[in-house]
Design a protein around this ligand. Structure first.
Ligand SMILES: *Cc1c(COP(=O)(O)O)cnc(C)c1O
Length: 473
């Protein structure tokens, strides 16, 4: 493709992109395809001769688009959002064109220096104290892994990397029962053993019980094991529970345990002063992550990881073979030493575009509106005789089920709600996901898509009622 063709297609694609965003509501939210439908339309091998872009683009529209679940649809209430926004898309176009590999300062000084600056913007925006240094990771899972590895090194007296774990006592990790599955995966990857991952019971609000945490730590110490890391969650994935950082942090300080905070989704709400209480007692926290790629209008991937001691993180992950050494040395930051992969995209640019284009005030207003609409929708469900909340609304998330009068068999209620979810998602009008709350099948309702307005939430509630009451009829 020569440059003039690139220009022509580029203009056409931007027109398509704007049309897509203008009409995204017309698509079914969840892709309406069966397993294998898309694969059956894809060539079995790459073409020997190049094809015309017109043909490739036509196939994108006819083959690919029907197999897309539309995360930017305003009636996307599933999982947590994975938001994009027009300024983020524009920045990504520029990054894809310049295509720098930003593993260290020298390989694109602007990327490194902007990353340091926009991460400090974020730190201020969410009210983290000074002294936390930020790095953009690809995901909250990766940030958690980096935290666990740092905790492992610290607990082993910096011997784990060199000697492996074989000579060490078992290193124990503590999380709540409601923790994200990333904790299990990261403990496996870090070689610490699922047997030593302690899932601490939760209270009536699904938050970690500090007394139970204390007991687990003491039992491990008594048995000769070494408590290594606590992962506290602000905004658990299932119900949005908020672990109490104060008492958890006290235990960590008393026992010299590394404390990582997973605020992957809820961290964005810290832009609102009325939610800052979640981190009032952040004094003992070593590591904190939240995902602008969830609720801060910045497309995947962009996970904001803050650490109290970058030196500990670097000491854990730094490897400097001869070909990666540069003359700038200690004068600059080489972010390759702050994460597992060597290569790094220029992810700071989209944050810079998003934060400047919206401004913090507009971001605050939007997130506050999402929380307000979720509260309202939860209120409608509570007021309806045949619906109930299975977990209280937390930020912009709640769990509900349909519970018509006279139907009280738990198995039957589970099946009814599973069918309801299926019907709703297959309708294409909205997209929700399921959860299990205290053994009961529940439907999660998560508000926060960039393009969602109050009318979409109201329409979803209408569709849910009509569909549910149609089911039992
Ligand atoms: C989404 C989520 C994660 C995983 O985030 P990734 O960036 O996809 O790794 C971890 N923890 C919580 C609480 C989450 O909501």
């Amino acid at each position: 493709m020569d440059n003039e063709e690139f220009r022509r297609h580029g203009h056409a694609f931007v027109d398509w992109m704007a049309d897509y965003l203008a009409g995204v509501e017309e698509y079914p939210v969840m892709a309406k395809v069966q397993p294998g439908d898309i694969a059956a339309q894809l060539a079995l091998s790459a073409p020997e001769e190049g094809e015309a872009m017109e043909q490739i683009f036509a196939d994108f529209q006819s083959v690919v688009m029907p197999g897309i679940t539309h995360w930017q649809h305003p009636s996307f209430f599933a999982f947590f959002p994975a938001n994009s926004s027009p300024p983020a898309v524009l920045a990504e176009m520029l990054v894809a064109t310049v295509a720098p590999q930003c593993m260290m300062w020298q390989t694109s000084p602007a990327a490194t220096e902007m990353e340091t600056r926009v991460m400090d913007w974020l730190r201020q925006m969410i009210g983290l104290p000074e002294g936390f240094a930020g790095v953009i990771q690809d995901s909250a899972s990766s940030a958690m892994l980096c935290a666990l590895l740092t905790a492992r090194e610290r607990a082993s007296g910096w011997r784990g990397n060199a000697e492996g774990l074989i000579a060490l006592p078992p290193l124990c990790v503590y999380v709540s029962e409601q923790v994200h599955s990333a904790a299990d995966k990261d403990v496996m990857v870090a070689g610490m053993g699922l047997e030593y991952l302690r899932k601490i019971p939760v209270d009536g609000n699904f938050a970690m019980q500090p007394q139970a945490l204390a007991a687990a730590i003491e039992a491990d110490i008594a048995a000769g094991r070494k408590p290594c890391c606590v992962i506290a969650t602000l905004g658990t994935t299932g119900v949005g529970a908020i672990d109490p950082l104060g008492p958890i942090g006290e235990l960590c300080q008393r026992h010299g345990i590394y404390l990582h905070v997973d605020a992957a989704w809820a961290g964005s709400a810290l832009v609102l002063p009325e939610w800052r209480w979640m981190i009032d007692e952040i004094g003992a926290v070593d590591s904190f992550v939240f995902n602008p790629h969830k609720w801060l209008f910045t497309n995947f991937d962009c996970s904001a990881h803050f650490v109290r001691s970058p030196d500990d993180l670097i000491r854990t992950l730094d490897i400097s073979p001869a070909f990666l050494k540069t003359r700038e040395g200690d004068q600059v930051i080489d972010y390759r030493n702050w994460s597992v992969p060597l290569g790094r995209r220029f992810r700071a640019l989209k944050l810079w575009f998003v934060l400047r284009s919206y401004g913090v005030g507009e971001i605050r207003r939007r997130i506050a509106a999402h929380i307000e609409w979720a509260r309202e929708a939860a209120g409608w469900m509570e007021a309806a005789a045949d619906f109930e909340l299975l977990a209280p609304v937390s930020l912009a998330l709640f769990n509900f089920r349909y519970h018509p009068a006279g139907l009280d068999d738990p198995g039957a209620l589970d099946r009814l709600n599973e069918n309801l979810l299926h019907e709703l998602n297959n309708s294409g009008a909205l997209y929700l996901t399921q959860n299990n709350v205290n053994g009961a099948y529940s439907i999660r309702f998560s508000v926060g898509q960039t393009n969602t307005e109050r009318r979409h939430v109201a329409a979803a509630w209408q569709t849910i009622q009509d569909t549910a009451r149609g089911l039992s009829a």
